[in-house]
Design a protein around this ligand. Structure first.
Ligand code: SAH
Length: 360
């Protein structure tokens, strides 16, 4: 079947997805045109802001790809204090961002759970309930998720990283802290508790094939996710996976593949929220805007105090680590309008997929 035929009949089987992921030149342009049109039809040209607060880079996990993994001694660890978190949240609120994301290295302890609970309540109080809160704090118990939900968070992002179990274990140590099934169970717990649930994968990883990526898209469809954050894998020299970077597709190829993944997810799930991942911009200075053009509708401007940004290096060449939050806002405004989109200030921009399922 030709690319046009697949796009017209909308039957996204694994084989069809592999063919679409391999598309180049005019075929690729046809995919992007279609996904941009679908986005416009279902979601309009609005882009929602989630001010990103990188709370803490201390992590108990040892993921083979991630720069802030436990075993990397080559950088400073930090933990924002509560005042610093509140200042960042206040900044996002004052700038009318609508929502924030609290993200962190992974910590599982009563102290951490209680701290987040306290912060959530304070942020809700400070904003009179107006600031929406997404969490990206890794794997936790269902009880912890419930406490955070009840304290005011209503969306949660936990990437499956790869939905293929075999590949998952090439990216993570094989131990109880990095259990594939546990990660999957967390996604189900989050749904059960009532969160809008987001997941995603890295694209262009060592050992990853187009078949894996097609499976990832089908995984997201089958789980019926509400939101997605996915972006290119960007190697980090102080991680074990760096050893395999020579055989990888170029960063540009990984970037293009990530755009294709975003476009295809938009075609398969027109109503989900899709974030233009920050990693896109590590490769292309206007990478996120390109993603917004072809299907993404969420952007996460970094509002972490500038002082700490250099030390939240999940991957190398992370953008805007040397800027203060307001600089980011100014440059984003100009660039988003160039991408044909409009910032929906002060709106939560919840997932329409979640609403369609009866969630509120
Ligand atoms: N600890 C939390 C969130 C922090 S990491 C959690 O586990 O959910 C946020 C995301 O950054 C990860 O889910 C991963 O997909 C991405 N990431 C980490 N290292 C990366 C790399 N080298 N290249 C691209 N993305 C990376």
């Amino acid at each position: 079947m030709s690319i046009k035929e697949i796009l017209n009949n909308g039957d996204f089987t694994k084989e069809a997805l592999v063919q679409l992921l391999a598309a180049e030149d005019q075929d690729m342009t046809a995919i992007f045109e279609r996904s941009a049109a679908i986005k416009l039809k279902y979601l309009g040209n609005k882009v929602y802001f989630r001010g990103l607060i990188e709370l803490c880079n201390i992590c108990e996990k040892d993921c083979f790809y991630c720069g802030i993994r436990k075993s990397n001694p080559h950088f400073e660890r930090y933990n924002l204090n509560d005042d610093e978190v509140m200042q960042a949240a206040q900044f996002a609120f004052d700038e009318n961002y609508g929502s924030i994301v609290l993200q962190s290295g992974e910590l599982q302890s009563e102290g951490f759970t209680a701290r987040i609970e306290r912060l959530l309540k304070k942020i809700k109080e400070m904003s009179g309930g107006k600031l929406g809160i997404t969490l990206s704090l890794g794997e936790q118990s269902e009880e912890t998720y419930r406490r955070w939900f009840e304290a005011g968070a209503h969306r949660y992002l936990l990437r499956i990283e790869s939905s293929n179990k075999e590949l998952y274990y090439k990216l993570h140590p094989k131990d109880s802290k990095h259990d594939y099934q546990a990660r999957l169970d967390c996604l189900h717990s989050l749904r059960k508790v009532g969160f809008q649930v987001g997941t995603g994968v890295m694209i262009g990883l060592p050992f990853q094939t187009l078949e894996h990526l097609a499976e990832d898209l089908l995984f997201m469809k089958t789980f019926d996710i509400d939101m997605c954050g996915m972006g290119p894998y960007v190697e980090h020299q102080h991680t074990p996976l760096y050893e395999f970077h020579e055989g990888l597709p170029t960063q540009r190829q990984r970037f293009t593949l990530a755009l294709k993944m975003i476009a295809l997810l938009r075609l398969m799930m027109p109503k989900v929220n899709i974030a233009a991942a920050t990693a896109l911009q590590a490769i292309d200075p206007i990478g996120r805007e390109k993603a917004l053009r072809i299907g993404a509708n969420i952007i996460m401007p970094n509002v972490t105090p500038g002082l700490y940004r250099d030390d939240y290096n999940l991957y190398e060449n992370k953008p805007c680590t040397d800027e203060e939050a307001s600089d980011c806002k100014n440059c984003l405004e100009a660039r988003i309008s160039i991408s044909g989109n409009e910032i929906a200030y002060g709106e939560w921009g919840d997932s329409l997929q979640f609403k369609a399922r009866g969630g509120q």
